[in-house]
Design a protein around this ligand. Structure first.
Ligand SMILES: Nc1nc2c(c(=O)[nH]1)N[C@H]1C(S)=C(S)[C@@H](COP(=O)(O)OP(=O)(O)OC[C@H]3O[C@@H](n4cnc5c(N)ncnc54)[C@H](O)[C@@H]3O)O[C@H]1N2
Ligand code: MOO
Length: 342
């Protein structure tokens, strides 16, 4: 790279993008890397405060910022679309609706390398197609290629560094417990909440089954739904400490393997996760009906992304496990549920 006076630069090739900021209006590259400077550009460059500029002259075994960023972004993972390099930075965008997974230990290892940076959104965040999920660049204008090779090696050894797992559609079975609901003393408020969540996730809800607070009835209903092809089963209510709270007993009676009863999430402490073979069977406490977002939304998006959750997946959710109950809920673009393992 060579430094020349702008007035002498006509006909030369610009070494990097040049950003113009007009306060309150715009921040964009007024000139792009590779641009051949004309006499018309000189007054604008001077008005941007550029009396001198860098002209391209790359040392051997060095990469230009655009090429370095592109190589790091390309090595990162799958389910991702890359932007064109702009001002030396490459953005990573989600290719489809899905769940973002970030290997944050590997991400940290990359950022420990000198003169490179890689930033992402949190792991376990649901995104729509086209959403920005990360960005990368080098700090100087050029970098020894060996540094980028090191980043590529970290990506390869920990592949994927970042990925989007596509959401699938599932057939959902719903069991509504509560003798007070079964006998018509109160109207069911849980079924509509769950059906809405399933519909929003492109899942087909089966006709809800209503049962008393009766473990045997709950176990039988689980078997009926499995027989009818349910791919996920949720059982509402009866999850805490009252004598009539028998849902966990019913789930066990149905032969489920319990992954976790209890979760470090509010709302959702009394949640139960279990599986019958590969079918997730979820015991949902009353708070799932009452709150806009809860443990259910966190676990459901992981299941939709094809994950089979372990006890550690649940126990690691305490960090970020508090829903702030904002008046204008912006979930999933908030801290709720963004802890956990990668
Ligand atoms: N002494 C304690 N009380 C509570 C505890 C506790 O640990 N100790 N835990 C609290 C937490 S946390 C939650 S969450 C709820 C758990 O509730 P349950 O899942 O046991 O829910 P139920 O007792 O079955 O019902 C609670 C409430 O909601 C009404 N309900 C239930 N299902 C329906 C439905 N389908 N439609 C309309 N309304 C429904 C039910 O009638 C009760 O009023 O417990 C805390 N309490
Ligand atoms: O802790 Mo409960 O299961 O949130 O309301």
């Amino acid at each position: 790279m060579k430094l020349v006076s702008v007035k002498d630069a006509v006909g030369m090739v610009l070494a990097h993008d040049m950003t113009q900021i007009i306060p309150g209006k715009s921040k964009d590259a007024a000139f792009r890397k590779g641009h051949i400077i004309t006499s018309k550009d000189v007054p604008q460059l001077l008005s941007m405060g550029k009396d001198h500029i860098y002209i391209f002259e790359l040392k051997s075994n060095h990469l230009h910022e655009n090429d370095a960023a592109m190589r790091m972004a390309t090595a990162a993972g799958n389910g991702i679309v890359l932007s064109e390099p702009k001002e030396g930075k490459v953005d990573l965008l989600s290719s489809y609706d899905g769940l973002v997974k970030v290997n944050h230990r590997a991400l940290h290892a990359i950022n420990e390398e000198i003169e490179v940076m890689f930033a992402t959104i949190h792991t376990n965040q649901a995104v729509v197609a086209g959403k920005m999920i990360g960005g990368t660049r080098i700090i100087p204008l050029t970098i020894p290629e060996s540094r980028i090779e090191k980043v590529e090696k970290i990506c390869k050894e920990n592949y994927p560094l970042i990925e989007v797992k596509p959401f699938k559609s599932m057939k959902a079975g719903i069991i509504i417990t509560g003798t007070e609901v079964y006998e018509g003393r109160i109207q069911d408020g849980f079924g509509p909440v769950l059906s809405k969540k399933f519909t929003e996730a492109n899942c087909a809800s089966m006709k809800p089954i209503f049962v008393r607070d009766d473990a045997e009835m709950i176990a039988e209903s689980i078997q009926v739904l499995l027989h009818e092809g349910a791919e996920i089963i949720v059982i509402s209510g009866g999850m805490s400490v009252d004598p009539d709270d028998v849902t966990p007993v019913g789930i066990k009676k149905a032969g489920a393997s319990i992954v976790s009863y209890g979760a470090p999430i509010l709302p959702g402490a009394m949640f139960l996760l279990s599986y019958i073979e590969d079918v997730p069977v979820l015991g949902l406490p009353g708070c799932v009906m009452y709150n806009k977002r809860s443990i259910f939304d966190l676990v459901f998006q992981r299941i939709l992304a094809g994950e089979k959750l372990t006890r550690q997946d649940i126990t690691s959710l305490g960090h970020g496990g508090i829903c702030l109950r904002c008046e204008n809920c912006i979930f999933p673009n908030c801290s709720f549920g963004k802890g956990g393992l990668y």
